[in-house]
Design a protein around this ligand. Structure first.
Ligand SMILES: [Mn+2]
Length: 489
């Protein structure tokens, strides 16, 4: 899907046709110039002067799948009662861009005509009131439209809105159920479909095995060439790698046939399979598919959504699990990994394909997997949890580092990070909020984008950052719980 955004500019008839022509020409110019700087096109649609014009453009936006959101701005004053019918019907993300065509107030030229034409300061306040009065989810971005920092904020919001569009059409393929007895990977599939749009359904592992059996040697040869081009082969068990290729091709065929962008499986149900898909899952994630281990369909869908929100529509976001800590004073780090399935998008170097025994699960043969170190950089980890009747997204700021130890006997890909506000306070906050051991770790989606995404999806957002304290967070969680219950009444 090629997404775009629509620019809807507010005005009214009061100032005469010349002013309206100027507003329309400037709006078209701004949309064109902004489109060159933004990650998605911004298409100028209308200078809105009537209730009907606004209702019409909103109706059109709602029904156009390629429209991922609308950006509004009031060049002149635009009385907001005429926006009510349209905004009340709006089903797409909304950004109110409080900007102005001119950067400076001209000393000599300013007169009442100039004031009437360039009164965004006035018009955007009227426009803001109706958004607040209608309690509509929206993003407000203020600043000069040609400033890079302002354009970046609009661009970041656009990517979050694309995440919302991807979420609304998300289909998840489950192979097997959740890992037995695990709580946090469970969840209400009706609730996620209602709130987030996800269609989460199950397919038999036996059906996957049938598709695997039908994969041809020629198909496997072609994928082996792709593996060789991207990774070093550090095992002589080539047949194990070929088996992972067979698994990858079969899983991808089944997902593509059903329009699924994410999948989950579990080591407890691999009947008819010789290996837990390791390399197979990793290479599927590298192509933008979401994945969750142990039947964790929530993290699978979130991985696909954050990937889509990232740079170029498949950014550096990956399924991750907190495993173990280094608690030396001054060297406090969390070590993240998974049994096999870490996406190579975050690899600091060229990944190696290795085969090792895996004691957990039903593995007749040592599964092939990619082994590498994660790259350095600022990142976030996010976890979507089901609070019973509603959803909470926990997001923490982290800083990935080069792992401080070589760990030569660790047979999996690994990422090491410092956490905000510190490792241990961060852990206390994360545990207080109920965040899972499974997360999506992202190097290019920000906490602000996740907040925007949660606003669009109407779910709770909890952010653990440099200024968070346990006391303030516990209060926030307590008040949020009451507020969300009242909201649901
Ligand atoms: Mn896990």
């Amino acid at each position: 899907m090629k997404y775009s955004f629509w620019f809807v500019v507010g005005s009214q008839f009061l100032y005469g046709p010349e002013v309206l022509e100027t507003v329309a020409a400037r709006a078209a110019e701004m949309a064109e110039k902004l489109s060159q700087a933004l990650p998605y096109p911004l298409i100028y649609k209308v200078t809105a002067k009537t209730n009907k014009e606004i209702a019409d453009v909103v109706r059109e936006a709602n029904y156009d799948d390629s429209c991922a959101g609308i950006v509004t701005w009031c060049h002149t004053f635009s009385p907001s009662k005429m926006w009510i019918n349209g905004l009340a019907a709006l089903q797409k993300p909304w950004c109110h861009f409080a900007t102005q065509y001119n950067r400076e107030i001209p000393n000599e030229e300013i007169d009442m005509d100039f004031m009437n034409l360039n009164q965004a300061a006035h018009g955007d306040r009227e426009h803001g009131f109706i958004g607040a009065r209608l309690r509509l989810p929206r993003k407000v971005v203020a600043g000069y439209w040609q400033d890079e920092a302002v354009q970046k904020r609009i661009g970041d919001w656009m990517k979050a809105a694309v995440g919302a569009a991807v979420s609304k059409s998300m289909r998840v393929m489950r192979f097997g159920d959740n890992m037995r007895e695990v709580a946090v990977t469970e969840g209400d599939k009706v609730e996620v479909q209602t709130k987030l749009g996800w269609q989460v359904n199950t397919w038999a592992v036996g059906d996957l095995v049938k598709v695997m059996d039908a994969v041809t040697e020629a198909e496997i040869d072609a994928l082996m060439e792709t593996y060789q081009a991207s990774y070093d082969i550090a095992t002589d068990k080539i047949d194990h790698i070929r088996y992972q290729a067979r698994e990858e091709i079969a899983i991808q065929k089944m997902m593509d046939a059903e329009g699924c962008k994410a999948f989950s499986n579990t080591f407890q149900d691999l009947y008819g399979m010789e290996q837990l898909p390791g390399l197979a899952s990793q290479h599927l994630m590298a192509q933008g598919y979401g994945y969750g281990g142990e039947g964790d369909w929530k993290v699978a869908a979130m991985t696909a959504i954050l990937k889509a929100m990232g740079e170029g529509g498949n950014g550096c976001s990956l399924f991750m699990e907190d495993y173990t800590y280094n608690l030396e004073p001054g060297k406090e780090y969390s070590l993240g990994a998974h049994m096999l399935e870490v996406c190579p998008c975050c690899a600091a170097g060229r990944p190696r394909i290795e085969t090792h025994h895996l004691g957990i699960g039903m593995n007749e043969k040592d599964p092939a997997r990619l082994v590498f170190e994660g790259k350095e950089g600022d990142a976030i980890v996010v976890s979507l949890i089901d609070m019973g009747g509603r959803l909470r997204l926990v997001c923490q700021d982290i800083h990935c580092v080069k792992p401080i130890l070589p760990m030569p006997n660790l047979p999996v890909a690994r990422v090491m990070w410092q956490a905000e506000p510190s490792l241990t306070t961060g852990v206390e906050c994360w545990i207080a909020a109920g965040g899972a051991h499974h997360t999506v770790l992202s190097y290019d989606v920000t906490a602000e984008q996740m907040k925007d995404w949660c606003t669009m999806m109407d779910i709770e957002f909890v952010h653990i950052g440099k200024d968070t304290t346990v006391e303030s967070l516990e209060k926030e969680l307590f008040y949020n719980d009451i507020a969300w219950k009242l909201k649901g009444l």
